[in-house]
Design a protein around this ligand. Sequence first.
Ligand code: DHB
Ligand code: FE
Length: 279
Amino acid sequence: MADLFAGIGTSHVPGIGAAVDKGMTQNDYWKPLFDGYEPAREWLAKEAPDVVIIVYNDHASAFSMELIPTFALGVAAEFQPADEGYGPRKVPTVQGHPELAWHLAESLILDEFDMTIVNEMPVDHGLTVPLSITCGQPEAWPFKVIPLCVNVIQYPQPTGNRCYQLGKAIRRAVDSFDRDLKVAIFGTGGMSHQLQGERAGLVNAEFDIAFLDDLTRNVDRLVNISHVEYMRESGSEGAELVMWMIMRGALDDDAKELYRHFHVPASNTAAGLIILENP
Ligand code: DHB
Ligand code: FE
């Protein structure tokens, strides 16, 4: 049977991807951030999952204002890096896992989560930066990826609780997939950031660290954080953290924290990474 064994929460700041692409990870600004990613990379390489479900948001790259799916599941065999205005990142094409992805689509929809099924979409920094953070610069990404794209851009976004419940449904789906596959799940975005307006550059480390703590200590509190609270405490883009709740929901209630890294600044934001593993 397929086994969903662990999850990673990580920021997806585009500047982190640019630092990798331009060979700047060892300069004074970026080195402390990248040093903290190293143990996570080693752990992931050792665990060697077959498939990773990456929960991320599209930043008007694949979907414009014409079409805004709340939850979109990529079922294609491959996904090309998106052109976000500077040409596509020179990173490997993302290989999908159509068999598991279609099983997820069937299981989730029959479980009453109305997913949008996507046969073709370019994937932007929301998905490729977490790959760079956790895998570096390989010739090919070392695992298959199922993109799960969440609308956190346009009001009304899904609630943290809805995301958490979707995570639980993803777990039921993976558990019922009749093939030996080692599966991990990433929740991306955050941590605190506000990219525009008078509060641009807002970082609330206290909020972020309490969020990291409560992923294992008090998930109920996190499930009930409202969009307004995210925006007030962690900036308007801090609300991307609802995507971490999908990752958390897919894990066991008593998942353990294996590793964390928290660093300010990364661009205008606080960057966080956490590894959670089922006992
Ligand atoms: C930045 C962060 C993001 O999460 C994002 O999607 C775009 C930009 C930033 O810090 O610049
Ligand atoms: Fe983002």
